[in-house]
Design a protein around this ligand. Structure first.
Ligand code: PGA
Length: 260
């Protein structure tokens, strides 16, 4: 895994945005795996700016979002459909027919999940998966003890994750208990992954994921087995890593052609 430590979340997000933009310019029909939550907000803001000011073209891009709450309609204010519309899709020229987000209202969850996996395959697989990380080490909504080979399915959120996500809902009781999420195996099939994490509250999860053992107790740790995984963090999220000096040194030595 490549670990890129940046002074601020803004710096880290701009690097991530440049990287996504480069892929979209090189491969106009790229398939992007997208994440929700506070972490990718600046990344989306910057991609929108690039669309407006630098002609970054999303018309051929296909997207698959990681997850959605079970029971929330697409127009629910806290749904991830709403999040993606408000923060990204409404502001770029993406074809609505190429947007995929799990359906929180599906009446047949297993059939929906199989179809979601099939749609990813039919699109040619995910070129680049953007990820955040939960304070408990989840990626997507794959909570600790998730099978590291799992596919898209229903999952039960931990009380901690429901607490972490309370802001969009008001009270913890209103946070849905169930979600549909891409599996860890689904995420690992992406040709490239970009994990973003900012803030001190992510520092323990990042240390476990990057420097700890590969274990389902830290689902993000499986990214150590991914051939093209990058972890872009700000200094506070990096603060519990033992080898930050080494990661910085490696990043500084990169040949120009390899710089993000
Ligand atoms: P956050 O969530 O970006 O809102 O911190 C990340 C996650 O739960 O994966």
């Amino acid at each position: 895994m490549e670990i890129i430590v940046q002074p601020t979340p803004e710096d880290a997000s701009l690097i991530a945005a440049r990287h996504v933009a480069r892929l979209v310019r090189e491969k106009p029909d790229a398939v992007l795996g997208l994440a929700t939550g506070a972490t990718p907000l600046t990344l989306y803001r910057e991609l929108v700016r690039m669309h407006r000011e630098e002609e970054l073209d999303f018309s051929g891009v296909t997207t698959f979002n990681l997850d959605e709450y079970v029971g929330l309609a697409p127009d629910h204010p806290a749904s991830y459909h709403t999040f993606m519309r408000e923060h990204f899709f409404a502001h770029v020229n993406i074809d609505p027919g190429r947007i995929h987000i799990p359906d929180g209202l599906t009446s047949d969850v297993p059939a929906f999940c199989r179809a979601y996996e099939d749609a990813i395959k039919a699109a040619g697989g995910i070129d680049l998966q953007v990820l955040g990380i939960g304070t408990d080490g989840h990626i997507g909504f794959n909570e600790p003890s998730s099978s590291l080979a799992s596919r898209t399915r229903i999952k039960t959120l931990t009380p901690r994750t429901r607490r972490d996500n309370v802001a969009a809902f008001g009270t913890q009781e209103q946070v849905p208990i169930h979600v549909i999420t891409m599996g860890v195996g689904t995420i690992m099939d992406a040709r490239e992954v970009l994990l973003l994490a900012f803030g001190i509250k992510k520092s323990a999860a990042i240390a476990a994921a990057v420097e700890g053992p590969v274990t389902s107790m830290s689902p993000a740790s499986i990214l150590q087995m991914h051939p093209v995984a990058r972890c872009i963090v700000d200094v506070t999220a990096a603060s519990r890593l033992a080898r930050t000096g080494y990661y910085r040194w490696v990043y500084q030595q990169k040949p120009d052609w390899q710089k993000l």
